[in-house]
Write a protein that binds this ligand. Sequence first.
Ligand SMILES: [Zn+2]
Length: 463
Amino acid sequence: MSDLLAPVIRHAIAPLWARHERSDYLRHYRQLRETQFWPVERRLDWQWQQVQALLAHAYRSTKFWRERFELLALRPDEIRNFDDYRQLPILTKDDLRSDLNDLLAEGIDRSAWHHHKTSGSTGKSVEVYVDDPAQQWRRATTLRSDEWTGWRLGEKVALVWGNPEYVKNGWRGRLRNALLERASYLDTLWMDDAAMRSFVAEQRRRHPTLMMGHAHSLYLLASFIEREGLEPFRPRGILSTAMCLHNHERAGIERVFGTQVTNRYGCEEVALIACQCEAFGGLHVNSDGVYVELLRPDGSLAGLGEPGSVVVTDLTNRAMPILRYKLGDVAVWDQTPCSCGRTLPLLARIDGREADYVFTPGGQMISGISLTENLGVLLPEAAQLQIVQERIDHLRFRIVRGEGFGEASLERLAELVAQRFGGSMTYEVEFPARIEPEASGKYRFCVSRIGNPLAARLEAATP
Ligand SMILES: [Zn+2]
């Protein structure tokens, strides 16, 4: 199954297309293949230069940051290192929503800005503007980590994704897809049996070298192939993005497709944050694009192995300076270096969103991701599962029954609830035919309707 078009795209069409678009992403990409091996000190120096320039720019060009500095009675040049930088108050999603216009830089040509909008699992979306040079830099950092899966630029891709983008752009979009992106979509908003069956048949003809999608959607596809006894296609790499990858889901996907899953973490606001490499250890932080801090509830830095709230600085976006932006996720620094030799720092894992934590009646916090993980292992006969915390002492389990689900399963669930939450937790169970993803195509395993004491503590602690 040799793919003669792939090298032509890689060496001729992609460079020509980039020139046509006046994009520097391929030049950036060649540079990024070197910076990933830079000595740690050199990278920190580079990051600091970027932050310094960004602080000066933000002060000069945006009302929002000028006012923040004035409130602190601080000038950007008084921030001399990363320790000083932590004096800058946390930027929140609410800031992005309420002060969008004041965050946009004045005096830059806005005609080429890119507009991104998150669907936001909290139901409220966030808008972000990115200038074109920053967008091309993002594109290059993403390409670098895409290739860590074993896929190379120009090769075919299978996307398990909501809302195919290229269709919106008419014939230009289709041409670009045919000659450059080469993506075939399984639209996760219409992921019924017929759609999955024809997608699998199509990929068996196409032989994509990369499959990419949200973790849970990939898992649903793998489960379908297994249940129906279909012959799967065999991509070289599988990239799981945009949400937490449970261990049992990873195992299911790898069993069906016969290849390891690469885990990636990112968001619309700053794009790629971290990604596993071909050694499948921790997730390498995209330090060429973002500066990442993991913070304790009191605002100090979390140590190795200690969970901390993820705070990111976008190192290149001048259109809308995003400095110390709290994503609402919790992650942990990895203590073991990666065997690949890249010096990009490592996250051991992403625990998920702070909002995705549930609480025991006694106030103890349980990560929703580890809880659904736990339930997934103990209740393998549940095809899909979602936990909704309605009150501090009441949970609602939404379970899509799989083969073998019965009384014994419910007894095990009762045991687990008593064990993890104590005797005063009550719960109900409902059995929907399927659990729908959100408008973004992402699934939520754990929905809290009781607010988040941890987030409230962190917000109160930061100046
Ligand atoms: Zn590595």
